[in-house]
Design a protein around this ligand. Sequence first.
Ligand code: ADP
Length: 245
Amino acid sequence: MAFLEITDATKKFGGFLAINAVTFCVERGARHAIIGPNGAGKTTLFNLISGLILPTTGSITLEGKRLAKKKPHEIVQIGMARSFQKVNVFPRKTAFENVQVALIASRKLQYNPFRGAAELFRDEIMELLEQVKLGADSERRAGELAHGKQKQLELAVALAAEPKILLLDEPTAGMSIAETLSSIALIRDIVQERGITLLFTEHDMNVVFEIASTISVLHHGEIIATGLPQEIRVNDDVQRIYLGR
Ligand code: ADP
């Protein structure tokens, strides 16, 4: 049994086939990239895998458990966490509080601000914030942090649920070159250290080749190749279709 298995998944929007008979596996511990030109279907595939939308046909399983019809919190509970292209944190809460809310939600606790909740999980929160290099920013409001730091905070929020697999949709979108470089190193180190499987989409090929251990190429809703980075780099179809050579 593969860790994450996508079998013959299809998604139609009206008469338009956005995802067409997609089959591939993500191995446990892999850093698996989905690449492809704009409109190839990357976001749709991600939405299917994270249960945000249902496949028209086909199945998606994590450790043999079907993901279809599961609610977002159930998907988190079976070990999947996801971040989106657009930053998704509570801007008026501090970095500390953002991680705290995530921890409270993942442990299924009731949030009660009048019963000493402010200190709840302090050590764990600070450890997570330090891991994403935000230890010094814990009391700053998320909305006041630079874009790159907001993405780091999002990573801490995702890690709070102790996922087995982390889905990152264009993790370096909108970042400066310096932010991109430090973000790549951070993501790679954290997933390796914690033994988390990573599935990510990315349009920046430098980022892809820095992080990925496996790459799948999506084109017009179909997977046209899956392989090691060095195989994908020299694949004729990929060069022609994706890299425009
Ligand atoms: P990518 O992320 O690779 O740029 P998308 O998954 O966003 O590609 O889109 C794939 C195709 O599906 C595009 O042609 C897009 O217009 C279409 N599409 C995506 N979502 C919808 C939707 N909700 N309704 C209709 N068409 C959609």
